[in-house]
Design a protein around this ligand. Structure first.
Ligand code: JFT
Length: 261
């Protein structure tokens, strides 16, 4: 996959992609990430990328001309077979559709992605209407620009590409792929500062371990992210089993408590 990123802060992308899994994937030519400075597509002496908002208001707005010219130049340089679909042009914006694993999987099917990172108070709406094909937000909190969201999207997408992660199936096992949270994990020592690893995991009984993990997955998801359960394939029977289990557990621990004053 080839990813082209447009930004006024290209150096922000140097560090995250110089390490570990990304570096290896880039070195192996599984992905290429090309970062372009939007300022290079201005024509005035001061390389102006922003201007005041029409109608007044706080802050500055990205001008449309440099963004259009940058996207058009970058798209022209993407090698494409004749008849191949145009690459999506994605704007990171608080107004976009909320990013999730489903969207990451959808984007991982493309040969090319073009990402636009804005700054200031936003981008001229004509960029959104006539250049951008997809608007994405990584979550309902306020950031200063689209660079960190772009890195989040790139991370989530490229780890799904074949060969990027060491073992082929580890991307499939992750939480949110099956729509639920993960079970708790432990490694040695078996007792750390007096806190033991759950006994079942040391038992060597694989069927019992699998049952315990499944129960933990459902219990945690019920407690922490109940909205995920409704969308998932957990059976009514399984939910009831875990709810009974949890109720029993709570009853037991309240029996063990010191009586209150
Ligand atoms: C914030 C952003 C995302 C995403 C793009 C551009 C300017 C600053 C800003 C802040 C509040 C209101 C603009 C951006 C994001 C997110 C993305 C821009 N700003 N208006 N903030 N939070 N989750 N994706 Cl361009």
């Amino acid at each position: 996959m080839r990813i082209d990123v447009l930004t006024i802060f290209p150096q922000m992308f140097d560090v995250p992609f110089s390490f570990g899994i990304f570096k290896r994937a880039i070195d192996q030519n599984l992905i290429s990430i090309n970062v372009h400075n939007i300022r290079d597509y201005t024509h005035d002496k001061h390389h102006t990328v922003d201007d005041y908002p029409y109608g007044g208001g706080p802050g500055m707005i990205f001008k449309p001309e440099p963004v259009f010219e940058a996207v058009e130049a970058v798209k022209a340089r993407i090698p494409r077979e004749s008849g191949a679909a145009e690459p999506p042009v994605i704007l990171l914006t608080p107004q976009g559709r909320l990013f999730n694993q489903q969207i990451a999987m959808e984007l991982s099917e493309y040969r090319n992605l073009v990402l636009i990172c804005g700054h200031y108070e936003g981008i001229d709406e004509r960029v959104v209407e006539h250049l951008v094909t997809d608007e994405i937000s990584i979550g309902d909190y306020v950031l200063t620009g689209g660079e960190l969201p772009a890195m989040v999207v790139i991370d989530a997408v490229i780890r799904l590409l074949p060969g990027v992660l060491g073992s082929e199936d580890s991307a499939q096992e992750d939480s949110h792929v099956n729509g639920l949270l993960e079970y708790p994990q432990y490694t040695r020592p078996a007792v750390f500062r007096g806190w033991p690893v759950p006994e079942v995991l040391l038992s060597g009984n694989h069927a019992q371990i699998a049952r315990w993990r499944r129960q933990q997955i459902i219990q945690r998801t019920l407690e922490r992210r109940p909205e995920l359960i409704d969308k998932s394939k957990v059976s009514q029977e399984e939910k009831q089993m875990v709810e009974q289990f949890t109720a029993l557990d709570k009853a037991k621990s309240s029996l063990n408590k010191e009586p209150e004053e």
